[in-house]
Design a protein around this ligand. Sequence first.
Ligand code: NAP
Length: 282
Amino acid sequence: MDLRAGVSGHTRLAVVIGEPVRHSLSPAIHNAAFAALDMDWVFLACEVPEGGVPEALAGALALGIEGLSVTMPHKAAVAAAVDRLSGTASLLGAVNCVAREGRRLVGHSTDGDGFVDALGSEPGWSPTGARCVVFGAGGAGRAVVLALADAGAAEVAVVNRTTQHAEAAAALAGDRGRVAAAAETGRFDLVVNATPLGMTGRGGGALPLDPELLQPGQLLVDLVYEPAETVLLSAARERGVRAFNGVRMLVHQAARAFELWTGTEAPIEVMAAATTEALARR
Ligand code: NAP
């Protein structure tokens, strides 16, 4: 695909900001979507150093950039700098997507909705009434806790190394949230790994929980997507547990962002294929 052939003075621009940002899958995902829908848009990656968010947002507004994805380490700084926050972004204090509304920048958080959309693609599975446990209470864990509660989960428990962080994350689920111990894992319908344990380069063989605690009939979602098959996923499947990795969430959170920027339904299958291809090229 030669994107340059179609670029003109009318081409609209969206970008991802972060540091580092060159590894980002967002350009591959969004440019594939624009191409599939024959939209005159391009998506680029812009490295913005820590502390550079106010300048970057002012520049984006001045240049008429249509939308921004936001990755580490800028999610909280962007939340503090935009003109308005969505309800979810405000509760999380974090933004992963900025949309332009005229002369105003609006911060959104699409990770949680992307996670629930990903669950929706699991046949016969719904978060409504489900008992859920989330390992990890960082940015991803907090987004997942809030989204599960919003989606009608009966219970959202949090297991985390730092208890104070677990308490803050569990509070996002109101009276359905609580801090749990890993030993309770077997009593939940849904088990989520929202820690980086198992990720390539971050202790690839490390496990966030003992797979012996998992029970057949549970659904396990590992938010890690590199490697595609973590040690946790393999161990879960060996125990008869349904399990999938973080690619579906990654694709669905991008789709939510795409729809906020363009007002056009995102081509999920195209975006999923582009993600898989980009990951395979690494
Ligand atoms: P984060 O904000 O840094 O939070 C990391 C969480 O993991 C914290 O709760 C931390 O515990 C815990 N943790 C870190 N190292 C640990 C260790 N050695 N032992 C036990 N707990 C540990 O990271 P994040 O942004 O939430 O990302 C978490 C994971 O989700 C990453 O693998 C990321 O790639 C993935 N993710 C995937 C998607 C997707 O679309 N699939 C989206 C976002 C994130 P403390 O509170 O004690 O520090």
